[in-house]
Design a protein around this ligand. Structure first.
Ligand SMILES: CC(C)(COP(=O)(O)OP(=O)(O)OC[C@H]1O[C@@H](n2cnc3c(N)ncnc32)[C@H](O)[C@@H]1OP(=O)(O)O)[C@@H](O)C(=O)NCCC(=O)NCCS
Length: 167
């Protein structure tokens, strides 16, 4: 088995990232998008990342295959929120449950610790035991529970906000 490497996301990875996202968008409540992402959308989406700043994107790669990704994105648009970020982790179903989420999580948080970031948030549509388990193992704690805040596939879902304190 080739070794798994974690490296910054490149434009050449966008189709694989789109496919991972779209699997969860089409088949699960985990992602609250209801329409799959397009190639054009992914090109625009890529522009938000800036590896010298607060918004990073990393992929886990084995040979030619993208197994998953980790992101830090803007939490909310108003400027006073800029010291907070939202983190996101997605793996292919085959890569999940083997410790890779935790490796990506440590990589992302380590690369962000020198930045001017005070809090990271994860918004987790419930149930999602793997995501709750991952974030708790990275040191996140639950900060809020929004009841029935989203509706997908004609069903309401709660969302837990988990918080990580950089300082
Ligand atoms: C969520 C996700 C990124 C987690 O990554 P992972 O590689 O599966 O998780 P890991 O194997 O690194 O496990 C991390 C921790 O979570 C726990 N965990 C993992 N899967 C679990 C599960 N199904 N139930 C309970 N705990 C679980 C592990 O035991 C581990 O805890 P520990 O460090 O205390 O031992 C991955 O499962 C995934 O991509 N799922 C689908 C997409 C998704 O839900 N993304 C998050 C959106 S909010």
């Amino acid at each position: 088995m080739p070794k798994i490497n974690i490296r910054p996301l490149l434009t050449s990875d966008l189709t694989a990232v789109k496919d991972i996202y779209n699997h969860y968008i089409k088949h699960t409540h985990i992602n609250f998008e209801t329409n799959p992402y397009s190639d054009d959308y992914m090109q625009e989406w890529f522009q938000q990342f800036d590896h010298s700043g607060r918004h990073h994107a990393y992929v886990a790669v084995q040979g030619e295959q993208i197994l998953g990704f980790a992101l830090s994105q803007k939490f909310r648009p108003k400027p006073a929120y800029s010291t907070s970020i939202e983190v996101t982790f997605y793996l292919t179903e085959a890569a999940a449950g083997k410790g890779l989420g935790k490796k990506l999580g440590h990589h992302l948080l380590n690369n962000l610790k020198e930045q001017d970031i005070n809090r990271a948030y994860a918004a987790i549509a419930l149930p999602n035991d793997a995501s709750i388990g991952l974030h708790k193992s990275l040191g996140f704690e639950q900060a809020a529970l929004l009841s029935e805040v989203g509706r997908k596939f004609d069903k309401f879902y709660d969302v837990a906000y988990l918080e990580y304190k950089f300082s």
